[in-house]
Design a protein around this ligand. Structure first.
Ligand code: ZN
Ligand code: ZN
Length: 271
């Protein structure tokens, strides 16, 4: 395995669709791998008025758990302060039309966070929201609602561009999550080329001063088989001077480091 200095996208036992593996196990695995630091970025509580579209309503932690989440990480950070850098973060959903509620959450909790990620998992379709990366079936259903695979791909990147430009206040996350997530099931569907979109997104990221989550989770997804974004865009992002932070997106300690093998060294900056 590659020597990874920093993993900027790690989930936790607070994730209702992840694993219950304790923080200790994540941290000790990270130390064994030789990590110098991690950012725990759990799925942030969704806006109160946003109905979670997943069947089990388990996309994110509940708002009532957020304080315990922050406190627990502060405690483990203390115990491991001589061994590894630990940052407290959230993976915040950008949800079209819910910007002000999202900003309220960030205004309230932002002062306690060190490093967060902004991601798009929910896509607006005819007044309700569909799931981009939940399952092949959900992707198909969402595409049908929007009018096909191609319109869905376009809608995804439009939403991603909106997220980059959105005003979410002074605690808006500083890193864009898995920018090519729409490719998660690419071997199942005949996706149109999204190269121009990816190019556009990179320029928007550059302009906004965000960094990029170089996400390894897609590599181990059999229907995806590549990083988010794909390798040649990692090089382009680097050439543009965008800071790149590797993220395993692990939902279990065994996932730490996943997808890192093929990545160039430029993908491993610290946030
Ligand atoms: Zn997750
Ligand atoms: Zn995500």
């Amino acid at each position: 395995m590659k020597i990874i200095e920093y993993d900027g996208h790690v989930h936790t036992p607070f994730c209702p669709h992840g694993s219950q593996a304790p923080f200790k196990q994540y941290i000790e695995t990270a130390i064994q791998h030789g990590y110098k630091g991690v950012s725990f970025c759990e799925h942030a509580p969704l806006p109160n008025s946003f109905p979670d579209p997943t069947p089990k309503k388990d996309s994110s932690m509940a708002l009532s758990e957020l304080e315990a989440y922050i406190k627990t990480i502060r405690d483990v950070r203390k115990s491991y302060k001589n061994d590894i850098t630990i940052r407290i973060g959230l993976e915040v959903d950008f949800i079209e039309g819910y910007e002000s509620e999202t900003q309220q959450l960030l205004n309230h909790y932002g002062p306690y966070l060190d490093d967060s990620i902004l991601s798009v998992h929910f896509i607006k379709a005819e007044g309700s929201f569909g799931l981009l990366d939940y399952s092949v079936d959900a992707f198909q259903t969402l595409a049908q609602k929007i009018g096909g695979i191609e319109p869905l791909v376009h809608r995804y990147y439009e939403t991603l561009l909106q997220s980059i430009e959105a005003d979410l206040g002074k605690y808006k996350p500083r890193r864009l999550g898995h920018m090519s997530l729409v490719r998660k099931f690419q071997k199942e569907f005949n996706l149109p080329s999204d190269e121009q979109w990816l190019e556009k997104v990179l320029h928007a990221v550059k302009k906004s001063g965000l960094s990029l989550d170089i996400n390894g989770a897609g590599v181990v997804k059999p229907l995806c088989g590549e990083t988010y974004p794909p390798l040649h865009f990692i090089q382009k992002a680097h050439d543009l001077g965008i800071p790149l932070v590797y993220g395993s997106d692990a939902h279990h300690p065994d996932g730490l480091g996943q997808g890192s093998e093929a990545l160039p060294q430029v993908a491993f900056s610290s946030p």
